[in-house]
Design a binder for this molecule. Sequence first.
Ligand code: GDP
Ligand code: MG
Length: 253
Amino acid sequence: MCATCGCDTDGNVTMHEPGHHHDHNDHHSHDHQKKVVAVEKDVLNENNLLAERNRGYFEAKNILALNLVSSPGSGKTSLLERTLKDMKGELEFAVIEGDQQTTNDADRIHATGTKVVQINTGKGCHLDAHMVLHAVQGMKPKNDSVLFIENVGNLVCPAMFDLGEKERVVIISVTEGDDKPLKYPDMFYSSTLCIINKTDLLPYVPFDIEKVKANAKKVNHKLEIIELSCTNGEGLQIWYDWLKSKVLAPETV
Ligand SMILES: Nc1nc2c(ncn2[C@@H]2O[C@H](COP(=O)(O)OP(=O)(O)O)[C@@H](O)[C@H]2O)c(=O)[nH]1
Ligand SMILES: [Mg+2]
């Protein structure tokens, strides 16, 4: 649970207990709720200001910043490993890795020869703009590069935190269930691209790919969708072409 965005505080959790009715004269509980909402607003306002600062920095240096979000295990790091190897020499890359603990993912990225910074969030369940600002100050990504930011595996809180990215990419794998866009609409609504990963497993799992696409479009009709498998490589070229289409030539900036 998250210590900074407030999602583990009582005031943000609305419990629906069958048969239990709230006493409307319970002023104490109403005051408490107001305070919690105010704190959350402050946190998000401060984050949004820093996100704009990051965005200005990225624009000035023509850095394409992409925020990769998903539940744990959908294949964010696997997609990065494949992309960094397959596109080596075509584009300049840097990576920020977000995780609660360990440097496992950063080690995997480092092994591809790419510049990488790890952010450990401890109890925090998302990256915020301040963490990204610090990471960027330390790593100094090159002009005209692509900066991948792998967020903490979580389909809830990272949706609220703008990092200053140009595009948000949500990854869902076929083992997760085709109703996820409806269950976590904020994440799918705030993303521009949805990657459906692990298509190599489709013969083995009851996952309706047309249904997940329809559910995602219900939440966000502009959402682009790419189906791929990091394991057998099908669909990866479509992702690479999408990536290249987002990279602006320096002279056009
Ligand atoms: N079958 C299959 N497994 C995959 C695919 N992509 C990733 N995985 C596996 O899924 C697990 C989690 O992947 P990882 O990249 O660490 O996910 P992350 O937590 O989102 O970064 C690992 O065991 C990967 O080998 C894929 O396309 N197909
Ligand atoms: Mg990972």
